[in-house]
Each structure stands twice: as C-alpha cells, then as structure tokens.
Write a protein that binds this ligand. Structure first.
Ligand code: KDG
Ligand code: MG
Length: 402
C-alpha cells in the first residue's frame, strides 16, 4: 500500500479543528487530529509545508519508521507544534492500518482489556451552590466521576466557570481576553467547595479538581492537605511542571493523588515525575504528544511505576482524538480514567463517531479503524475563525499562568 495524498480539513463547527486526511492507492484513508487550541494554523503550516510532501509514496503500514522519520529526521525535536503535527500523521496511519486489517483499532494495541472506559466530566458554577447542583446533574446523567470548579469570590472569570450560561469553552474569538487571579481566596474557597459537594453527593462519586497550573509547590501542598478529608480522585496540574522536581515537594506533604501533563508533548517531559512516583496519573494526550506510537511508550513506562493514564479530553481535542483515546484506554492495562467533555451537536455532526456513553463509561464502536467519519461538505460550511485562550494577571497586574 502507498500513501497517494494527504490534505487538511480546517473547520470551525462551534470551535476550531485541524484534521489530516491521508489517502492511499487502495482507497483506504485515515484521519488524524492536529488541533492545538489557539495555535491551529501553526500546526497546519507545519503539516502542509514540511510533512505532507515527505509522506507521498510511503508505505502507511510502516508507522514506527514514519514516526522516527518525522521526529529524528527533522533534527529539531519536540515542542507542541511539531508533536501535534506528528500525532496527526500517526493517528491517521493507525486508522488506515486497522481499516486495512478490518478490525477496530484497539485490537492493534493489544486487544480489549476492559469493557468500557471510565470517564469524568465537568461540573461548574458561579458559586458553591451552583457547582453542587451541577455535580448532581452529571451524576443523574450517569457519570461516576465529576470534576468540580466554581467561581472564587473576588476573582474575575475563574478557571473552569462558563460565561453567560454557555457550555464551558475557554477559547474566544478575537485577541486573548484577560482574567484575574488571586491565590489566597482560591486556597480558602476550594476546600469549602469540596466539603459541600461531598456532603450533598455522598462518598461514592469520584471527585476531581483542576488547579490549572496556578500554585507554587508549597501552596499546592497546602491545598492537597486541606482537600484530604474529601478524598479526591485527583488534584490536577497543581503547579507548572517544567521543573519536574517541584512535585517532590507537593508529594512529601499530601496524600491527595496528583495528575499532570496535559501540556506535555514528549515522554521526556514525564520521566522524572514517573520514575520518582511524584504523580499518580499522566494527562499527556495522544494529539499533543506525537500520537498513539509515542503515548503507548509513555504509558508503558508509567506502568512500571504504578502511574496510570488520565488523558486530557476537553472539547479542543476533536472526536478523532477522543476515538483514539478510547481505543487506547480500552486496550492498555494501566488505564486510569479519561476526561470527557461532550462536543457540541454541530461538532458531532461534522465528525460522526462510533463511540457512545453508557452509565459512566465510554464504549468504542466495533467499526474497523478509529470509527470516525468527517462530513467534509458540512465542515466547509463552518470555516476557521481565529480564537485564543485567555491570559491571567495577578491583582498587581503581573502576568501569571492561566
Ligand atoms: O486548550 C486548553 C484546554 O483544553 C484546557 O484548559 C482544559 O485544563 C483543561 C482540562 O483539564 O480539560
Ligand atoms: Mg486541565
């Protein structure tokens, strides 16, 4: 089999997505997601100008060799743009191979290890009462695990809280909006949120919280300790992770489990965190970390140290990535949980997928490959619109991590 063409479908069915379609001489094609929220066209240009011309004529079954060719062959390594572009190619090749062998993708990753993939979704509210109600609503929908975020008194546009009753979507049209951040009220308020949620929702639901990189290691240690009575499933991204040893300090002080890595793009971002057992869950995701080929190596490495996966799955990861993550989670042994933020109706019309939600779990379909089709005509009716993630400033005006 030979790759005969590869092209990009860039569209905005309620939010922006970059999708790579790779075609072969046998009429089989594969889809890969190349969406990097707020930086979409950088990946598109990388693919268009530097990757696609090198793919034509290659054997799509040589997934490992093509991965190494795009990674080592570029000389310049890593980075979110490069690794997202490589992921788009990699996932499309796995899709092609599974379709050619007429089997669902999970069968190429070791076969089925579990019936369904445990997922968590997002609950949020402007205040604690609204957030509690939102957790209860998601439990009523069947979710067994829920992330809870709420507005913090005195903090404008708190992370994770939707504006004007819309579903939560951080990227906004126009230049980046500015939000305000203040750590002391946040540290006071979050334990109160989880006290109220546990009290109203009982002991059985798994509760998660995303700190979104905003604390210092010592502040995160304090928060982890204060949350211990509420037995969280995890505290996510407690502080920025460029300095992996920061997590040693958090770990010494708290038994609240820790998840990190949604902004990682390589196994090299994770190895101190994993081999020192400073984290419990790895958030690094297929689309931003070189695809299935690289994520499998990271997950296997993590498995030696009892670290499980908890892949990123916000709406900026397209249904193509969601399907890839679900096949991956169905197959690997050290799967932990998968984030599931449902896409809009329009997104799901453009990307028709075979997966479905059932009583707290996501089930992959049995279609060959990923089980996702793209409606290119509908996609063309929703062209790309520039949008950016917000930035955050402290009360004194200085820039901080959003
Ligand atoms: O593009 C950025 C979002 O995907 C991110 O802010 C969402 O932190 C996030 C999460 O855990 O879903
Ligand atoms: Mg997060």
């Amino acid at each position: 089999m030979k790759i005969t063409a590869a092209r990009l479908i860039i569209c905005s069915p309620d939010r922006n997505f970059v999708t790579l379609k790779i075609e072969t001489d046998e009429g089989i094609y594969g889809l890969g997601d190349g969406t990097l929220n707020g930086r979409e066209l950088a990946v598109a240009a990388y693919l268009e100008e530097h990757v696609i011309p090198c793919l034509i004529g290659r054997d799509p079954f040589q997934i490992e060799d093509i991965w190494q060719y795009l990674y080592r062959g570029a000389y310049w390594r890593r980075g979110p743009v490069t690794m997202t572009a490589i992921a788009a190619v990699d996932v499309a090749l796995w899709d092609i191979k599974a379709k050619a062998l007429n089997t669902p993708l999970y069968n190429l990753l070791g076969g089925r290890s579990r019936q369904g993939v445990l997922v968590y979704t997002h609950a949020n509210g402007n205040d604690i009462a609204e957030a509690v109600e939102s957790v209860q609503q998601h439990m009523a929908e069947g979710y067994l695990a829920v992330r809870a975020q709420c507005g913090i008194p005195g903090v404008k546009s708190s992370y994770g809280v939707p504006k004007a009753g819309k579903p939560y979507e951080p990227a906004e049209r126009g230049l980046p909006s500015e939000s305000v951040w203040s750590t002391p009220p946040y540290l006071q308020h979050v334990p109160k949120l989880f006290a109220a949620v546990r009290n109203a929702c009982g002991d059985d639901v798994h509760l998660l919280h995303d700190v979104h990189h905003r604390l210092t290691p010592m502040e995160a240690a304090r928060l982890g300790k204060d949350l211990e009575p509420y037995r969280l499933f995890w505290m996510e991204d407690p502080c920025p992770a460029e300095l992996q040893e920061s997590f040693s300090l958090i770990r010494q002080h708290t038994t609240t489990p820790i998840a990190t890595g949604e902004v990682f793009n390589s196994i090299w971002d994770t190895h101190d965190l994993i081999r020192n057992q400073w984290i419990d869950y790895l958030r690094m995701t297929i689309v931003h970390a070189g695809g299935i080929t690289h994520a499998k190596k990271a997950a296997d490495f993590a498995s030696i140290y009892n670290v499980k996966t908890g892949f990123h799955g916000a709406t900026d990861l397209s249904p193509v990535t969601m399907a890839a993550a679900l096949h991956f989670g169905t197959a690997i042994h050290n799967f932990g949980i998968q984030e599931h933020m449902p896409h809009s109706k329009l997104t799901d019309e453009v990307f028709r997928s075979g997966y479905r939600f059932d009583a707290g779990y996501m089930m992959v379909g049995e279609e060959p490959g990923l089980g996702v089709e793209i409606d290119e005509k509908l996609a063309a009716r929703h062209p790309y619109k520039p949008a950016y993630l917000p930035i955050a400033r402290r009360l004194d005006g200085s820039l901080t991590d959003w």
